[in-house]
Design a protein around this ligand. Structure first.
Ligand SMILES: Cc1cc2nc3c(=O)[nH]c(=O)nc-3n(C[C@H](O)[C@H](O)[C@H](O)COP(=O)(O)OP(=O)(O)OC[C@H]3O[C@@H](n4cnc5c(N)ncnc54)[C@H](O)[C@@H]3O)c2cc1C
Length: 368
């Protein structure tokens, strides 16, 4: 399969990516969706609270209907669980081509198209649509982190029988810990979960603290590591990628620092250190963005950087398009020789309709 050159490679299997896939499928363009999560719509599954109703919201001044009716949420709101179930069935029924657990990393220019570099190897495409949403997990910025360290937990049972390290000081880290502690406790596993945070205090809300307290009192084995700093990623003698965290440090008069550190196999580590907008990824990909200066932007704040896109959502990197939540709440639109900030609400509606216009544009370019 990897020798195939797809018409369109789609990064992210949320509303924007799957609408792109469906429209490619309907119009005879070859395509493949690369999704980092365990399943399609992982972004929504991770970010919506249980039982949340999904609304078919449409911006007031938007002239178009939902351009892919098949993926629009019903008019009468349903829970996120039933919307996800509906979308799963739709994807199976249409046999849309999706590869899950593939993490997008980079794009390289080739003479005859683009190569997308991922955690599972390279894929070739004539066009690339970036539809990875707005929630990009922060990296620890050490060697090996991007590939090896988990950013959330899909299946806590894989941490049974191993000492686990969770990094981060907020509610997300605490929720991950509660989940792992409970799973370990129910399986009779006494290996501890280490909770490391760079600050001296943890910062969780009362409800989460109560749930965590309950889990500890029921027998959850947790070791707190406040003031612990992530230092380096390294490969040990046996070829295992490891993460070293420094748990305390003593400065000595002779200028030699003494410290204690713990080293964990990276696959035992989960980093819940928040999310960031996609600008660092655009920088890495050499996709141009522009900083808002005073008086230029109405939605973005002064100093914020907005990605520069054509009216067909093509970026300054030829053949690479950006759509959906990744360009919300606004981007810089180039049209008729001028550049202006364009409002782009983060809604399923915008994600779906962006896909429609991008596929129309790609069809015209590839004459399909
Ligand atoms: C709590 C909450 C409630 C909301 N309620 C509504 C609502 O009722 N109605 C509405 O219209 N909108 C709602 N929204 C907004 C809506 O969910 C988003 O606008 C929409 O999901 C954006 O779609 P997307 O496809 O651009 O991004 P996403 O849905 O975020 O999908 C992006 C996908 O890309 C994947 N991905 C990320 N990085 C990579 C990578 N490196 N490699 C491969 N894949 C990657 C992710 O796992 C994800 O599956 C809500 C948002 C939140 C947070």
């Amino acid at each position: 399969m990897k020798n195939t050159t797809y018409d369109v490679l789609i990064i992210g299997g949320g509303p924007a990516g799957l609408s792109t896939a469906y429209l490619c499928h309907k119009n005879g363009l070859s395509y493949l969706v690369l999704e980092s999560g365990k399943a399609i719509f992982q972004g929504i599954a991770n970010s919506y609270p249980e039982g949340k109703l999904v609304y078919a919201s449409k911006p007031k001044d938007a002239p178009d209907p939902f351009m892919v009716d098949e993926l629009r949420p019903p008019d009468k709101p349903v829970t996120v669980e039933s919307y996800l179930q509906y979308v799963q069935h739709f994807v199976q029924h249409e046999k849309l081509l999706v590869q899950t657990e593939v993490e997008f990393e980079d794009i390289k220019d080739e003479r005859d198209g683009l190569t997308v570099v991922t955690s599972k190897g390279n894929f070739k495409g004539k066009k690339v649509v970036l539809s990875f949403g707005s929630n990009i997990p922060r990296e620890l910025a050490v060697y090996g982190d991007a590939k090896m360290v988990a950013k959330n937990v899909d299946d806590a049972s894989k941490y049974i029988g191993i000492k686990t390290l969770v990094i981060g000081g907020g509610n997300t880290a605490a929720d991950v810990i509660i989940n792992i502690l409970k799973t370990k406790r129910e399986a009779g596993d006494t290996h501890p979960v280490y909770w490391a945070h760079k600050a001296e205090t943890f910062d969780v809300n009362k409800e989460t603290a109560q749930r965590l307290g309950e889990e500890i009192l029921l027998g959850g084995n947790i070791r707190l590591l406040p003031g612990a700093l992530v230092r380096i990623g390294e490969v040990d003698d046996e070829g295992v990628d490891r993460l070293v965290i420094r748990i305390n440090e003593f400065k000595q008069e002779d200028g030699i620092d003494l410290y204690h550190a713990l080293s964990f196999p990276m696959q035992n580590v989960i980093a819940c250190i928040g999310s960031q907008g996609p600008v660092p990824i655009f920088d890495k990909l050499n996709i141009q963005s522009i900083a808002c200066t005073s008086g230029v932007c109405k939605i973005a704040k002064e100093g914020e950087r907005l990605v520069l896109l054509s009216s067909e959502f093509e970026s300054t990197r030829k053949g690479v398009y950006v759509i959906g939540g990744a360009i919300s709440p606004s981007y810089m639109k180039i049209s008729e020789g001028s550049i202006a900030e364009e409002r782009h609400p983060n809604l399923i509606y915008t994600a779906i309709n962006d896909a429609y216009y991008v596929v129309e544009s790609i069809r015209a370019k590839l004459a399909k």
